[in-house]
Structures are given as C-alpha cells and as structure tokens.
Design a protein around this ligand. Sequence first.
Ligand code: ATP
Length: 271
Amino acid sequence: MHTISINNVQFSYGAQTILDGIDLEVLAGEFICLLGPSGCGKSTLLRLLAGLAKPTLGSIALDGAPITAPGLDRGVVFQDYSLFPWMTTGQNVVLALEQAFPGKPKNEQRETAQAYLEMVGLDNVFHKLPGALSGGMRQRAAIARAFAINSPVLLMDEPFGALDAITRARLQDLLLQLWQQNKGERKTVIFVTHDVEEAILLASRVVVMGLNPGSVRGVFDVSIPRPRVRQELYGTPEFIALRDRLIGELHADVLDELDEGRTVRTAGEGI
Ligand SMILES: Nc1ncnc2c1ncn2[C@@H]1O[C@H](COP(=O)(O)OP(=O)(O)OP(=O)(O)O)[C@@H](O)[C@H]1O
C-alpha cells in the first residue's frame, strides 16, 4: 500500500495563499519528482505531507487515513539538515533507529547507524557533533538517518542540492537502489528538485508546479526503462524530448510573468 491522496489542498500563511487546488494521487511505490520555480510551494507541500502543517482546505491522506502529524511511516530529509546539534552525528542516527525499531540491542543500532553513515560516504563522523561537519556532510548524515529507518514513504526536499557532482551521482544511485530493493514493495518517494535532468533520471512521474499561488501545472510520465544509465540516458531522444518539454513548462511561468507586464532583465537589457 502506501498510496498518498492529495485532494483539493489549499494552504495559506495568513492572507497569503501559498498552495491552491492541489490534486494528486501518488500510487504506492511511485517515485515522484516535484519541479517548480522558487517560491511555488514545493517545500510547503512536503511539510504538509510530513504532517508538520495542516492544509487550510482540502485533505491529504496516506492509505485513506488523514495525515495529521509526523510519523515513522514517512522518512524526511529537509534542506535545513535537522540534526540535533547537541548529539553526535552517530547518536542522531541511533535515536531515529531507536524510535523506529524499539527494543533492538544498542550495539546493533550503533552498527546499523555506522553502516548507513558509511553508505553515504561518512566513515569517520560517528563521534563528531554536526557542528563540526560541513553543510554537505550534515546533509548526508540526515540522508543516512532517513534511509536507516527504512520507512515505506520518503519525503526529500532538494536532498542533493548542496553536494558535489560525484557525491550527488553516488547518492542518486544509492537512493534508487534503496527504492527498488524490496521488489514488489517499493518505497513511495516524493522528491523535490530544481534539476530537470535529476528528475528524469529518478522519477516515475514528474509533477511541475506553477506560481502565484502554487498549483500543479502538469504531470509527466517518465516511461524511460530502468536501469537508467546516465551516460546513455542523456543522449537519448526520449530524454531530450522530455527535458525540453519540462523546461518549456517551467519557463511558461516566466513567460506568464512577462505577459503581466513585468520585465526580466539580463545583463542590463530588458527581454
Ligand atoms: N513560515 C512562513 N511564513 C510565511 N510565509 C512562508 C513561510 N514559509 C514559506 N513561506 C512562503 O511560502 C511560499 C512558498 O515557499 P516554499 O518554501 O514552500 O517554496 P519552494 O517552492 O519550496 O521554494 P524553493 O524552491 O525556493 O525552496 C513563499 O512565498 C514563502 O515566502
């Protein structure tokens, strides 16, 4: 199971409507990438799915039950790393494991935490405080924590945005591996990115959001067979056609803004 239903969701901060009329059915085991211009409400939608905020109107349900609070059925990776700064990096992962798998012996939890930290390329950070790590390392530790609890739903907000190209490619592969690992019971993933190529590499479907207020502009199937090998994928006609379509859809927002009489300037010239 682990189907997510988003029904006519509206969300406002005071008088400002951030999301409006969001409808989306996410099937169990789907990998959804959310693309959209900055400020269109992608993170806000993820916060609603995580149960950190509630829709102003409409509903969000997981397998028919309304999402009202965070839960261990949903692993989250947000942009702000969200590690407890007073605990070592290893303890941060162990704490999540203790919540997800209570009663497991402590040494096993520590071994699992260390294994997941190593999986994301963090071999020697178990005893270090998050403050002693770089931003990219903290992000990887937060990813290790989300992966370790092995929740059936993963909500990820630009998780690889701050990483170098090689680490990013490794973690994309690791994520796909974890997603596919239990055949027939894939995780349901909702993944926010600004990178169109990353979205096509990862997603079963790409949801493009628009601005003012945040809404779903289009939903695109990515029917390119897996495994998708980067070197081959990027030159294929299917990839190029979908990439161009998605970029066109994303730019449609900019063009709408221009139609409203606003001007985008580059190098001092109006276009
Ligand atoms: N706590 C808050 N109070 C008031 N407004 C907020 C708050 N958090 C976000 N917003 C507003 O909600 C809108 C959507 O923000 P959100 O972070 O969801 O967008 P986003 O699509 O994820 O952007 P980005 O791609 O830049 O991360 C923005 O206009 C933002 O200013």
